[in-house]
Design a protein around this ligand. Sequence first.
Ligand SMILES: Nc1ncnc2c1ncn2[C@@H]1O[C@H](COP(=O)(O)OP(=O)(O)OP(=O)(O)O)[C@@H](O)[C@H]1O
Ligand SMILES: [Mg+2]
Length: 441
Amino acid sequence: MTTSIRNRLTLWLIPVLLVAGITFAVPTWLNVHEEIDELFDKVLREAAYSLSHSNSLQDVKPNTNSSGLNSDGIDLVSQTRGPDGRILFRSHSFSPLPQGGKLGYDTLNWQNQDWRVFNLKTDSGFVQVAQTTQERRETANEVALHVLTPLLILLPGLALWVGWAIGRGLAPLAQVAEAVACRNPHSLVPIPNKGLPEEVSILVSAINTLLSQLDQALAAQRQFTADAAHELRSPLTALSLQAQLAERATEPAQRDLAMQTLRQGIARASHLVQQLLILARLDPEAGDYPLTPLFLDDLARNVVADFAPQAAHRHIDLGLSRADHVRVACTEEALRILLGNLLDNAIRYSPADARIDVSVTSEATAIRLEVNDTGPGIALDERARVFDRFYRVLNSAESGSGLGLSIVRRIAEQHQADIRLVDGDGGIGLKVIVTFPEASA
Ligand SMILES: Nc1ncnc2c1ncn2[C@@H]1O[C@H](COP(=O)(O)OP(=O)(O)OP(=O)(O)O)[C@@H](O)[C@H]1O
Ligand SMILES: [Mg+2]
């Protein structure tokens, strides 16, 4: 019950209406009673005076045919006495009104009822006019009820109307909920925002932003899966062909060659799968990793050592030319993959006897990691494209998945690092510059 906004608002409103009703009704009720009392008091006095002025009190004819109380009109009883106390006139058949009490207005109990009396003493006698207090109260209640009836009808009416109005006001929410319920991973079109109240419109805008992000993320995932499937198909087809060749080979030398090609093919395919897995793990949607400060020179020294055998195998001179002892905020594993991919490229695409220099430089506002090789380099118009997934420079003799630099770029983004490809030192080869933001303490 209380979880509905409509019910809650209505509940909160009821005390307000009650308080408003009471603050209006109680003073009105009291005022009416006071005014009616004053009015009847005046009537009593006027009646007493007019009775005393009707020539002489003796002229008044006694009224003995009834009790003197009417069923409608104002019920007053009146009574006159002579100066000697003898009753000259009474408007009723009951026992006489008791004399005594104070002059003017007085209240007395007579005939088992409370009466308001006006006692008037004149030269020619004593006049009394009285009215039951109960009659006054009844009249006052009746008048007050007449005055308050519209309010009594208005308040519940108002509560109902407000409940209805809140319901109307909240209707757009239900509309939006219905629209959201219609969305699914295959249909993430924005929810129409037109004509909605401002408060709901803010919510809808937020939902729409979320929907579009979700749509992009899903599209990227679909694209990635499609690309991965496509890229895996060729190496797998090649593998099965090579396996067939190995099977059919009759000569041992022929078979050895076929087996060697098969092994290379398997190595390439597993490299591709490995790169794909790394890329999937680095996906922006997979969430960001916490960065911790780490000495970049130590890490570079380690990775260079890891790649030393591969470089030596190709007679390439790989070394750390400069290593400033400086920290960067990073995830160690990711940074190892970044540098590893750059070194793998430099070694793989450079000819034998090439030279590869890695350097870590601390600058005033940034930290630079550079990999400089003396290989063929990358043509200017290719430099932006090599970062695309699966993009490989044509006519490359070396095999590869075309994912290495995409991975490098994604890791650089995660570390808010900037990555640039420029000509190598002396205009030979390629220099990759990764610039990290200022060192963390
Ligand atoms: N140091 C380099 N010298 C010359 N060409 C390079 C160098 N680094 C990258 N390239 C070119 O850029 C292309 C893209 O490189 P990337 O590392 O993204 O993919 P890959 O090396 O083909 O595959 P992977 O790294 O996934 O095994 C490569 O095909 C290569 O032609
Ligand atoms: Mg590569």
